[in-house]
Design a binder for this molecule. Structure first.
Ligand code: SF4
Length: 369
């Protein structure tokens, strides 16, 4: 998957950085405008008919003014995994109907941060400090981790940086198959390649621009051959009639294609969205099943799948994972104690999920206890 950029904006403050120069060369022929801050970019995107769709062909190279490394915001009232975000850019050229980034940024703009020297200096400090709160980091929360491979060489640099320490793992989460730059790197098992998975019907109907499930699994199998640890994220699980059978088949397909001992974790999360995203789905995709199901407000004010339906689907997934790969760590992303206990058979506690996942990274990736 290669972003189809039709308009490039470059922040005046970063125009002489290696990244800005390199991207301008790689996008030769694409109109470029130098701007004095994001205002001009926002005005351009908002002037277009469907700003969210239009923003997927507009790229803004700028500097990250805040911290590159920050705790995942999680959500109130639900068990959070204590993840750390490596904030390298925002938004994404693919167009998943349920993508929370559509309303997370106002307006959504694809940005890549050119002050990467500051990113690495912050990363060095955090890794040296060996803070127990920063053992699992990832670039895939505010963008797709591998969708920018045709525009930059950040990924191999991050993989090499994580390979040089034994405190933390880097997770690259993607719906692409852009793995070529990972081949031959001396990663020492400290980078996890993670794919978002879903039922084929959900991929077909709601993940516009993303690669097929089969392509994702082929890429995962190649990364396993190159020695990388793997992860899979079934999020959002979307209920529809017969979905249980489809999701179980995907779980079986995963473990038919990749060795279970390479899998660090599998996350499970049912469909949920803030009211603003529900409104956007209704506007951009009238009649979408994503907003027509039995959704009720959760404790965090997000709309969630009605709990009995949610628990039934979670239980099916856990059963299938335990049947085909009992040694693999499965966890719920943003679920409550009752769902954990009734579907997984235990609850790790408010603070325990982080330790539970760290143990898995110790076992599969070889970070220190
Ligand atoms: S791939 Fe991820 S970041 Fe990109 S649109 Fe889909 S959900 Fe959003």
């Amino acid at each position: 998957m290669k972003p189809a950029i039709r308009q490039l904006f470059v922040d005046l403050r970063v125009q002489d950085t290696p990244l800005a120069r390199d991207i301008r060369q790689r996008l030769a022929g694409v109109p470029v405008e130098l701007v004095d801050g994001p205002g001009e970019v926002f005005r351009h995107v908002l002037s277009l008919p469907d700003p969210v769709a239009a923003a997927k062909s507009v790229l803004y190279i700028t500097r990250n003014q805040g911290r590159f490394i920050r705790p995942c915001p999680g959500t109130s009232e639900y068990t959070c995994c204590g993840y750390t975000i490596l904030h390298v850019g925002t938004f994404c050229p693919m167009d998943c109907a349920y993508c929370v980034l559509q309303t997370y940024f106002h307006p959504p703009v694809m940005q890549l941060f050119a002050n990467q020297d500051e990113l690495f200096s912050e990363l060095d400090q955090v890794l040296k400090a060996r803070d127990p709160a920063t053992r699992r980091m990832g670039t895939g929360e505010f963008t797709d981790s591998l969708v920018w491979e045709s525009l930059w060489d950040l990924t191999p640099r991050l993989v090499e940086r994580f390979a040089a320490q034994d405190h933390a793992v880097l997770e690259l989460k993607t719906k692409t198959v852009n793995i070529d730059a990972l081949k031959g790197l001396d990663h020492r098992g400290k980078t996890i390649l993670a794919w978002s998975m879903n039922a084929p019907r959900v991929v077909r109907e709601h993940e516009k621009g993303a690669t097929s499930l089969s392509a994702r699994l082929s890429a995962a199998a190649r990364c396993a051959e190159w020695g990388y640890p793997l992860a899979f994220h079934f999020d959002p699980l979307v209920p529809y009639p017969g979905c249980e059978k489809d999701y179980r088949e995907v779980v079986r397909e995963v473990f038919a294609r990749v060795p279970s001992e390479r899998v660090v974790w599998i996350s499970l999360g049912t469909l949920r969205y803030p009211p603003s995203l529900g409104q956007m789905i209704r506007e951009r995709r009238p009649g979408s099943e994503l907003v027509l199901g039995e959704m009720v407000p959760g404790l965090d004010n997000k709309m969630r799948v009605f709990k009995p339906i949610r628990m039934a689907l979670c239980r099916e997934m856990v059963e299938e994972i335990q049947a085909v790969a009992p040694e693999v760590t499965a966890y719920f992303c943003m679920e409550d104690q009752e769902v954990w206990e009734r579907c997984m058979g235990f609850w790790p506690g408010e603070k325990g999920l982080s330790a539970y996942l760290n143990q898995s990274a110790v076992r599969v990736c070889g970070i220190r206890e």
